[in-house]
Design a protein around this ligand. Sequence first.
Ligand code: SF4
Length: 368
Amino acid sequence: MTVDLTPWRDPKRVRQLADQITRLTTKPWHLMEVCGGQTHAIVRHGLDQLLPDRVHLIHGPGCPVCVTPIDIIEQAQQLARRPNTVLVSFGDMLRVPGARESLLDIRATGGAIRTVYSPIDVLALADADPDCDFVFFGVGFETTAPLTALLVQEAARRDLRNLWLLSAHVLVPPALRFLVASGLSRLDAFLLAGHVCAVTGWQDYAALAQELSMPMVVTGFEPVDILQGVEVAIAMLERGDIGIYNAYGRAVTETGNANAWRVVETIFEPCDRSWRGIGPIPDSGLGLRLAYERFDARQLLTACDVSVVEDSVCRSGEVLQGVIKPVECPAFGTACRPDRPLGAPMVSSEGACAAYYQYQKRTPSTPA
Ligand code: SF4
């Protein structure tokens, strides 16, 4: 089914919403858009520049590739070098720098790495070559977790012994709690990612909004969607309202996709997880439940605790927590560019640094 997005890209409506937000705003407000896809839309369409100076859009950590911890990337690299093993992941992961090299470097020197659009594609690969181990490097938020869970569920049903999972899946709500508790950035409201809420529903965020005493608005990805979300959030802030508002009704319901989430809860359970550049966040990861532990690819590793040090030049942790904008990183557009990235936010399709480089804020010295 094709959805006509023309109404959500209407320049006249965009201008009306920007004017309405200007009229509504009487104080400075700081809104964090959680999702990297929304960050790209904001920067690409220059939406931040249409807003009054008192409305600050803070870019959040919702780029799954960017927050995948360097120790798990090193584990993936170790698996890619393992004999008779194929590491399978999404294309975005390949160029992400590890401690010394990327998966792309490893593939260039003989590592067996394949990319897929859907985790389910790994079933056919494993079925076709039973003598080879296939490891799916699962990365993403609540949006992609259901398909990874389905992969494991189906592998168990078929009793596949050569299919494994390296899980780097993460959850949004623990990260929101962490960001507010850290106090590193002023955050008055969250714009929640519509595709995450399409899976989980918005009901759990209603309780979280009360817990964190702030407005949260479920928002889509087109210019009108985003500005509608900003308008609702500003109106709630100006009134002193706390709670959840679903401004993405065409895709998100209160309960979401219950069937998809049920599979996630069958296969996974929350676990502590470190976020790259940020650090450990309790209960923010998805690890395999005991009944599915036999699929855990870490059993194939010779050294599971890979101790690595982050590049001290890259300030991705501050970018991901909204403390600085990408252009405030001294390496932006000079030492760090998409063709020679120092950090994941410069290579991921949802990375804030890539968005600024691509659409808006190139430094004058940076070639096009
Ligand atoms: S511009 Fe590059 S070095 Fe700076 S924070 Fe972004 S990814 Fe890291």
